[in-house]
Each structure stands twice: as structure tokens, then as C-alpha cells.
Write a protein that binds this ligand. Structure first.
Ligand SMILES: CCCCC/C=C/C(=O)SCCNC(=O)CCNC(=O)[C@H](O)C(C)(C)COP(=O)(O)OP(=O)(O)OC[C@H]1O[C@@H](n2cnc3c(N)ncnc32)[C@H](O)[C@@H]1OP(=O)(O)O
Length: 392
């Protein structure tokens, strides 16, 4: 079948499976008993079915059963043995139709194929990215394709600094991705940076209730945000396309895989900002890289190259920037075809025993940071950045 975009959709009924299921229904032969009023529709459905995308075994069995019923009538062949799994499944499906009249079975077959064709038409078209983009996000571009949900931070002119709105949108996107039919989820950045971390102008928006209230709501936001990463149920991959700063680095310890361009750097200048570690990094970093290396990053703000971050276990693999996107997405597309339930369960087995501890650490880090935000050290550092006296 040619999709409405003019692209030929791959056949879903490979010869080998057709042979193993012995489905004469899908040969273009129509028995005389089926040649009645809806013969033309039935023939056309038989042609169409060969060109559909794979509708899955359950639907294939339904089609098989309806074909047999339409052409041969009720099932009266001997039931295959329990170990003849495929033929038994086919027999069960046919037998379940009982004494359904041939004409009704033929009509049901035509209706089923017609429903499959229209859903296949709409899903088989290659849509431009703008069309695939999920609506409702202002700071992100969220797309779902090839069983991958991609959440892309999209404030390239501000180096993808994370505003309050971006934190909230990332939480929404993660919650949606945890329930959609994608197998894996990716966080990445648009432009030359992965992310420059917390948008320091978040500190300027002080509510009438005062700075304490601001620090309190910031700590709640931080805690909720990091909780979403701790609880995310599917494989979560960071595609670090460029430099990463602050919270965009610390939460990497909660990802399952981190791919980095060799242009990426990893930098957590908390002391420079009068702040303290978050994103569970006070626990995950010493665990990943050992306490001495973690202290250099988290206390002294040492910036790591991608190669150093990889050597220390924070990054899974580094790719040359020139081939980064191509190599990483080829790899991710292959991974996304693995059985999704097995991947989720493996993640659970790896991560679940740490969850409670991570939530407690997140709560504690958020509490400490709430106090830090009220300190002179923090206020001065943020003022310096915003008045352009210091670049970190
Ligand atoms: C509620 C949860 C809180 C969680 C706690 C989180 C903590 C952290 O994440 S701490 C880390 C915070 N981030 C930083 O301190 C980085 C600050 N930015 C910089 O040092 C630099 O901008 C740079 C090194 C990231 C990039 O330098 P450069 O290449 O020279 O580019 P510009 O500085 O000219 O940046 C372009 C444009 O983007 C604005 N911008 C970049 N980063 C931030 C930021 N983090 N917050 C706010 N704005 C940022 C920058 O001001 C420029 O804006 P314009 O001047 O308007 O063009």
C-alpha cells in the first residue's frame, strides 16, 4: 500500500511467518463460497492486508480466523496438540468464531482491514519535525518518534538556562513520557550548550511575601524536579551536545546512560555561587567517581572535559562532535527496539533499592540549599553574574 505521503509501507506479513502460520487467506485466492455481494471489497481487503504495517500477532490471528470463517465456514478440523503453539493459537481463534455466518465474517474482515489501513496511513507518513512536535511547551521541543521521546531544552540564546517554567515543563514532559508508548526517553539541548544550569535571573523574581518565601518555593521546585528523575521508570538517556553547568550536570547521576560530544564540559560551580550540591550529587558523585574526585567537582568547581567525565564514570561514552548526533541517534534507535518491558524491569532492578535513599538525600540537599540562597555569599555571586562582573 502506498501511504498518502507516497511512501511504500513495508509489508507486515513476512514470508517466513506466513509459511509458519500457513495462512492461505493472505494469498490472493478467493474461494467460491466467498464470492457473493461483497466479493470486490473482500478481494481488495485481501490485497490491502499484505501491504499493511505489522499489526501485531493478536490482530493477525483475528484476520486469519475471519478469513477461514468467511471462506470455509465454522472450524471443524481437529485441534492441534498443546506443543504446536502457532497452529493451536490459529485454531483457537477460528474456533472462537463459532457459527458466525460466512457473510458476516467476510464483512468483519473487510471492516478490520479498513480500520487498520486508515490508522496505518496516518502513522506511516514521515512528518516534518514541526508536525511531530508536541504542543504546549514554550521552553522545550518534545517529540516522539521511533519509540523514543526526545525532550530538548530550547533556549539556545540563553545557553538553555533553566527557568522556573523550564523546570515545570521538564517535569510535565517526563510525566507524559513515563506513560506514553515510547521505550526510552532522551534529554538534550538545542544549540551549542547542553545547559548552563539554573537561570540566575530566577533569583530576581521576588514575591511580595519576601525572599524567604522565594527560597522556600525554590526548594520545593528543586525537590519536585529531582524527584521526577529519581522516579522515572523507563531508560533515561542524556545526549550532552555541549557544555553542561550546575543542575544539568548533577542530575546526570540519575540517568541510565550519558552520551557526550567531545565539545561538552561538566562544571558545578556551587562554591563560586555561594551554593551547595543538589540533584542527589552529594551521594551519586562520590559513588560514581570516588569521594576525592567528587569533592574536586562539587566543592572546588573543577570543570571536567568530556574525556575526563567519561574516565570518572559520569559519562558512558564520548563521540567526536562532527559525528555525535548521527552516531548517538543510530545507537538509540537500535536500543529503542529492544523489548520495552524488559528494559523497564531491568532499570527497576538496578535502581529501586536506592530510591528511598535518593528521595531522602534530595530532601536534605533542597533544605540546605534553601538556607544557602538566603546567604550573602549567594546573593553577591548572583548579583555579580547579573551585573556582568563575573563569568563562571
Ligand atoms: C529551583 C532549582 C534550583 C537548582 C539549583 C541549581 C543550581 C545551578 O544550576 S548552579 C549553576 C548556575 N549557572 C551558572 O552559574 C552559569 C552562568 N552562566 C555563565 O557563566 C555563562 O553565561 C556561560 C559560561 C554559561 C556562557 O558564557 P558565554 O559563552 O560567554 O555566553 P553568555 O554569558 O554571553 O550567555 C549568553 C546569554 O545567556 C545568558 N545565560 C547563560 N547562562 C545563564 C544562566 N545560568 N542564567 C541566566 N542567564 C544565563 C547570558 O546572560 C547571556 O544573556 P544575554 O546577555 O541576554 O545575551
Amino acid at each position: 500500500m502506498a501511504g498518502s505521503a507516497g511512501r511504500v509501507v513495508r509489508r507486515w506479513y513476512p514470508n517466513v511467518l506466513r509459511r509458519s502460520l500457513q495462512v492461505p487467506a493472505l494469498q490472493l485466492h478467493v474461494s467460491k463460497t466467498a464470492m457473493r455481494a461483497s466479493q470486490k471489497d473482500f478481494e481488495s481487503a485481501l490485497s490491502q492486508v499484505k501491504l499493511l504495517k505489522d499489526p501485531g500477532n493478536e490482530v493477525k490471528l483475528k484476520l486469519y480466523a475471519l478469513y477461514k470463517q468467511a471462506t470455509e465456514g465454522p472450524c471443524n478440523t481437529p485441534k492441534p496438540g498443546v506443543f504446536d503453539l502457532i497452529n493451536k493459537a490459529k485454531w483457537d481463534a477460528w474456533n472462537a468464531l463459532g457459527s458466525l455466518p460466512k457473510e458476516t465474517a467476510r464483512q468483519n474482515y473487510v471492516d478490520l482491514v479498513s480500520g487498520l489501513s486508515s490508522s496505518s496511513d496516518s502513522s506511516s507518513q514521515v512528518k516534518p519535525e514541526a508536525d511531530r512536535k508536541q504542543p504546549g511547551y514554550e521552553t522545550l521541543v518534545v517529540t516522539s518518534e521511533d519509540s523514543i521521546t526526545k525532550i530538548m531544552m530550547n533556549r539556545p540564546a540563553k545557553k538553555n538556562a533553566m527557568t522556573t517554567q523550564m523546570y515545570n515543563e521538564i517535569m510535565l514532559a517526563l510525566k507524559a513520557a513515563s506513560k506514553d508508548d515510547s521505550a526510552i526517553t532522551v534529554l538534550t539541548g538545542n544549540g551549542d550548550y547542553y545547559s548552563s544550569g539554573n537561570d540566575l535571573s530566577n533569583f530576581t523574581d521576588i514575591p511580595p511575601e519576601g525572599i524567604e518565601e522565594k527560597a522556600k518555593s525554590g526548594a520545593i521546585l528543586l525537590r519536585d524536579f529531582v524527584d521526577c528523575f529519581i522516579d522515572f521508570p523507563k531508560p533515561l538517556i542524556a545526549v550532552v551536545n555541549g557544555p553542561a553547568v550546575g543542575i544539568s550536570v548533577t542530575i546526570l547521576g540519575l540517568f541510565d546512560t550519558v552520551y557526550a560530544s567531545n565539545r561538552a564540559t561538566f562544571h558545578t560551580p556551587f562554591s563560586h555561587l555561594g551554593q551547595s550540591p543538589e540533584g542527589c550529587s552529594s551521594y551519586t558523585f562520590p559513588k560514581i567517581m570516588g569521594p576525592a574526585k567528587a569533592a574536586e567537582m562539587l566543592i572546588f568547581g573543577k570543570k571536567l572535559t568530556a574525556a575526563e567525565a567519561c574516565a570518572q564514570g559520569l559519562v558512558t561514552e564520548v563521540f567526536p562532535d562532527s559525528t555525535f548526533q548521527k552516531e548517538v541517534w543510530t545507537r538509540l534507535k537500535a536500543y529503542s527496539k529492544l523489548p520495552p518491558n524488559a528494559m523497564r524491569i531491568s532499570k527497576q532492578v538496578i535502581r529501586n533499592r536506592e530510591k528511598e535513599k535518593l528521595h531522602a538525600i534530595n530532601a536534605e540537599e533542597s533544605r540546605v540549599l534553601q538556607e544557602r540562597w538566603l546567604s550573602d555569599e549567594c546573593t553577591n555571586a548572583v548579583m555579580n553574574f547579573l551585573t556582568r562582573k563575573a563569568k563562571l
